[in-house]
Design a protein around this ligand. Structure first.
Ligand code: GCU
Length: 403
């Protein structure tokens, strides 16, 4: 059969409604059968496809980027941790500033692995620690009607960030506030890092907000690489919901991340669009027009005919471990669709010599399955609960701890 005919046959099957495209079939229709072909041919194709059609182009690491450690408290959290706060100026100083808050467990014998993630409400909201600098960015809180962070908003998001428990497993925790990076409210692209790169807003492959969040995680990793107490080769990237969508793309596009933890990232995160269950592209691209590149809007109403899907983003993380956490009542995020995406990425993990997802069918509610890919659906609503973190930490202990 000629190459052209193969390619036509592939296109015909990819366009079959509801059928998930095979990550191991290249753009020219050929089957990828070796790790080298994946690395040299298919992986770059997919990174380019998702950059162009979904997340948009980013500016890479700006040469002018600067950072300053403005706080180092070696007896933070009752002496349990060293707290570092680092002002990152992605375009140089002066200019937009993103604060990276880092807690490092005290008493470690060498550099420690870390969990890095963006937060929803400000660094000061993840813990009541009065030493955390209040963000100057816009915040959304009943306690702050003028959208300005105050002491009253300290710790308001602490239930989702079990800082002491993470430290007790030997991990550092590093976090940044989404609004320091990019405006998640109107006017979109009006504050944070986007005004630094006006050229990247032109056209349909624009530097999107989820693209910027993912990019900021890579910039934070640049900074962590310079911090001797952190083992930058063992950094897991974590995110919940829209920030989980960003964590997945960060881990998929930047192979320095050692692991990805996606908590209920749902549509445009870990779930499959092809099932047509839960939040769809139409809603995603109209209610949140800034999250993805403009190109993605052309797929509204075509969820079941997409020429790609989110299992391919998960497969870009292979062979590095990835955990997908779902919640039973989070119907928007389609828990079963998140499982099926993880499962559909498995052939790539296997090809690269990693373990897949050791479950043939959707696991029972409240059980965690952990191979090279991890998965659970827990009871309850869209949230980050202690059960979720217990699984992520067990998964990290399995993969990130030295043997
Ligand atoms: C909305 C949106 C989801 C998103 C969630 C969140 O519910 O529809 O796609 O994950 O917000 O980020 O909390």
């Amino acid at each position: 059969m000629t190459r052209q005919l193969l390619s036509l046959l592939f296109l015909a099957s990819a366009l079959h409604a509801g059928e998930v495209p095979d990550p191991l079939v290249a753009n020219d229709g050929t089957k990828i059968t070796t790790a080298a072909e994946w690395r040299e041919k298919r992986r770059p194709e997919l990174v380019e496809l998702f950059t162009r059609e979904m997340y948009g182009r980013n500016p890479g690491r700006p040469e002018t980027m600067a950072f300053e450690i403005f706080d180092r408290d070696v007896v933070a959290l009752d002496g349990k941790a060293t707290r570092l706060q680092i002002a990152i100026y992605p375009g140089g100083k002066p200019g937009p500033r993103v604060d990276l808050l880092v807690y490092v467990p005290n008493g470690a014998k060498g550099p420690v692995p870390a969990i890095l993630g963006l937060n929803f409400s400000g660094n000061h909201a993840i813990h009541k620690d009065p030493g955390i600098r209040l963000t100057e960015s816009w915040i959304e809180s009943k306690a702050a009607p003028d959208h300005k962070a105050t002491d009253a908003t300290r710790g308001s998001n602490a239930s989702q960030w079990p800082v002491e428990e993470i430290l007790s497993h030997g991990y550092a925790l590093a976090t940044m506030y989404r609004e320091d990076v990019a405006a998640d409210h109107e006017p979109y692209f009006g504050s944070g890092v986007h005004p630094l790169f006006p050229e990247l807003q032109k056209g349909d492959e624009n530097f999107s907000t989820i693209g910027a969040w993912a990019w900021s995680l890579s910039r934070a990793l640049d900074v962590l690489e310079k911090e001797p107490v952190i083992d930058a080769k063992r950094v897991a990237v974590f995110g919940f919901s829209r920030l989980g969508k960003a964590a997945l793309w960060a881990g998929a596009s930047d192979q320095r991340f050692a692991m990805v933890l996606s908590n209920e990232s749902g549509a445009g995160g870990a779930k499959l669009f092809h099932r047509g269950v839960g939040e769809n592209i139409e809603r995603l691209t109209t209610v949140f027009p800034h999250w993805y590149a403009r190109n993605f809007k052309k797929y509204a109403g075509k969820d079941k005919e997409l020429p790609f899907d989110q299992h391919m983003v998960i497969s870009l993380i292979a062979p590095r471990p990835v955990y997908i956490g779902s919640a039973q009542e989070d119907t928007f995020a389609d828990a079963e669709g998140e499982f099926m995406a993880a499962k559909s990425a498995e052939p790539v993990f296997r090809l690269l010599g990693a373990e897949g997802l050791p479950a043939e069918t959707w696991p029972p509610v409240g059980t965690s399955v952990q191979g090279g890919i991890g998965y659970h659906v827990r009871p309850g609503k869209h949230d980050v609960l202690p059960f979720d973190w217990q699984q992520y930490l067990a998964f990290a202990d399995k993969h990130l701890k030295p043997r």
